[in-house]
Design a protein around this ligand. Structure first.
Ligand code: SF4
Length: 632
């Protein structure tokens, strides 16, 4: 077992006693060493994560909806003084019957805030609200048949399903604390979840919530809370959250959680060596949130010691978690035993499929190592043939969509698909001049049918439809299912979409995985990574980009960051990736300035320039491949 190197533990002084919160506990279960970095204020890549911020918005609305069912609930104030917050909770619990929001529990240095704590005599219901979805109808059906339900594995002895492990552990942690504080009470654990077997009866759902943001230390506005501001009738129409008894699941986890919580509590002030006891370094470290190269304090560097900065690093290997070493052992621990983290020293001969065929993922891994050593691109023998099969008008398409916990349009289910934008570049023949078309929804109705109809009008019935991933294919399939759900009788449109996803789509991402490699790609194959890898060395690509976009041809630039910001309400706004597009769309349609035509227009400009670049990037990459394969 290879433990963290603990090269330079250097805890920062903390101004107050550390406590083990629910999120600390869940983080420590993920990797105990992370608790040290969290408690000592190390930089964390999840801070400022746009996707997490968007989930937080959805999560607050779900929380507000769940709490709105308890009109007598008392919202307890809370802050940095946990002892004072706990005293308030204790005082409030003196009442025989009371419902509290954000009650504080404190046992030793273990603490938790309870979303909803309902007390009726000596019966306490602990309700944890999660924006995660489940199928309430299916769960009830399974329980009625004496089966395990949605949260447990299907075979006996039942365990908590991995998909629900963190959620149940979080609630169990609260139950363990409450048992200490309220001995003799009956405690009922409940999850309040978004129920995908239900549908909303309202349009413009965000309009029923008031989001309260407060300035953060860095000057940005952070979401603080949300409030449901609709009527009782509206609440009944927005019946999307189901409370479900999880006593059985909590009982399964109880002892394990209670024991782990005591261990983590005892380590709160300990050095990294103590937190790291028994921790194994491995492929999971690749995405560690404390991997912050370039920052003065980098948790990953303290765990990996002198192997943290090796280049090219073995953690950059494509699908590194699947890579094997001699004896079918896992690759990363095997290499660490030899004090190596260099991709170039990875045991290439062990990279074969289970059936001893050196294809698939193993082939991609071997190619990465081999061509990184050589320092030249790989152009597979099939690439030329595949390009030559592209006949007729070539349509490069890209979709922008969102799935939100609380859907925005009447009749939709939680996390239902909203297709709000597409971009299409069309070349009448390989290497021919480009035409660009686009569509962006701007009306507050379910947009998926208009999305498909406008796309059909743009790309018609002929020619391959080029995409970068299976996303466009699965989106069209989902729209077909949604049209049936909404009772739309549009057989021609369904027939056209079916033809596109069954016959016309060509996934260029598959080509990037199987038929091409550039050392600048490392283990990644996203369109941005591939474009970036080619950009510096391909002057023709840069010239084409300048000609088609008018933006830049400088080798040091990156086409995505070259997209100009758009000033909106006095602030320069940018969209560089899909999550940013989702947020921009929400702000355009449902933000505080949604009635201002000028501001809406600026959000639209921002969204269009981003989506247009995604399809232009595909054109640029295919043009590069044509040159690399000797076809241009
Ligand atoms: S680098 Fe690895 S061992 Fe260290 S905290 Fe991150 S995940 Fe845990």
């Amino acid at each position: 077992m290879t433990s963290p190197a603990v090269s330079s533990p250097n805890p920062q002084p903390v101004s107050r006693a550390r406590t083990l919160s629910k999120s600390d506990f869940i983080l420590a279960r993920d990797c105990p060493a992370k608790l040290y970095f969290r408690e000592n204020g190390y930089p964390d890549t999840r801070q400022g994560d746009a996707y997490l911020a968007m989930l937080a918005d959805g999560g607050y609305m779900v929380e507000a909806l769940a709490k709105a069912r308890y009109p007598d609930g008392i919202q307890l104030d809370y802050g940095r003084d946990v002892t004072r917050d706990f005293a308030r909770t204790r005082a409030a619990l003196e009442a025989p019957n009371v419902t509290l929001f954000e009650a504080t529990l404190l046992v030793g240095r273990r603490q938790a805030r309870v979303d909803i704590l309902e007390k009726r005599g000596n019966v306490l219901r602990v309700i944890e609200i999660k924006a995660k979805s489940f199928d309430g109808t299916e769960h009830a059906r399974q329980l009625a048949q004496n089966r395990s339900g949605e949260f447990l594995t299907t075979r006996r002895p039942y365990r908590v399903d991995a998909n629900w492990d963190k959620k149940i552990a979080d609630l169990t942690y609260q139950i363990v604390l409450l048992e200490h504080l309220m001995p003799g009470c009956v405690i009922q654990p409940v999850l309040a979840l978004v129920d995908k077997s239900k549908a909303t009866g309202l349009d413009n759902v965000p309009g029923y919530f008031q989001l309260v943001r407060r300035p953060a230390a860095d000057g940005s506005l952070r979401l603080h809370t949300a409030r449901f501001i609709g009527s009782a009738d509206d609440l009944a129409q927005l019946d999307l959250v189901t409370e479900v008894d999880v006593a059985r699941e909590v009982a399964i986890m109880h002892d394990q959680v209670a024991e782990a919580a005591l261990i983590f509590e005892s380590r709160l002030d300990a050095p990294l060596e103590t937190h790291s006891d028994g921790v194994e370094l491995g492929s999971h470290c690749r995405d560690c949130e404390f991997r912050t190269p370039g920052q003065p304090r980098n948790g990953f560097a303290e765990c990996w010691g002198d192997l943290a900065g090796v280049k090219p690093h073995v953690l950059e290997l494509y699908s590194v978690g699947t890579a094997k070493a001699p004896g079918a052992s896992r690759m990363i621990p095997w290499m660490l035993d030899r004090h190596s983290a260099s991709l170039l020293e990875a045991p290439v001969d062990e990279l074969i499929q289970k059936d001893h065929n050196p294809g698939g993922t193993a082939a991609r891994q071997r190619r990465q190592i081999e061509y990184t050593r050589l320092g030249v691109p790989f152009v597979g023998p099939e690439l030329r043939r595949k390009i030559e099969t592209l006949d007729g008008p070539l349509h490069f398409i890209d979709f922008e969509t969102s799935r939100l916990a609380l859907p925005y349009h009447r009749g939709m289910r939680p996390y239902g698909l909203v297709t709000f934008q597409w971009s299409a570049h069309t070349a009448r023949a390989l290497g021919g001049p480009l035409e660009h078309r686009e569509w962006l929804n701007n009306v507050e109705i379910w947009p998926n049918q208009s999305f498909a109809e406008s796309l059909r009008a743009a790309i018609g019935d002929e020619g391959p439809v080029l995409t970068w991933s299976h996303f466009e294919e699965s989106t069209l399939k989902q729209i077909v299912a949604d049209l049936a759900h909404f009772g739309r009788d549009v057989p021609d449109l369904v027939h056209w979409m079916t033809d596109v996803f069954e016959r016309r789509i060509v996934d260029l991402h598959d080509w990037a995985r199987c038929d091409y490699y550039h050392p600048g790609m490392g283990g990644r194959t996203s369109i941005k990574v591939v474009l970036d890898a080619l950009w510096r060395s391909d002057a023709i690509m840069r010239r084409q980009f300048l000609e088609w976009s008018g933006l830049t041809e400088a080798p040091a630039d990156d086409p995505y960051t070259a997209l100009p910001p758009v000033e909106i309400d006095g602030k320069p706004e940018r969209v560089h990736e899909g999550t940013g597009a989702m947020q921009a769309y929400q702000r355009m349609m449902y933000g505080e300035h949604k009635g201002d035509a000028v501001i809406r227009d600026r959000w639209a400009t921002l969204l269009k320039q981003y989506c247009r670049l995604d399809t232009l990037s595909m054109v640029l990459i295919l043009e590069h491949w044509r040159r690399a394969a000797g076809l241009a």
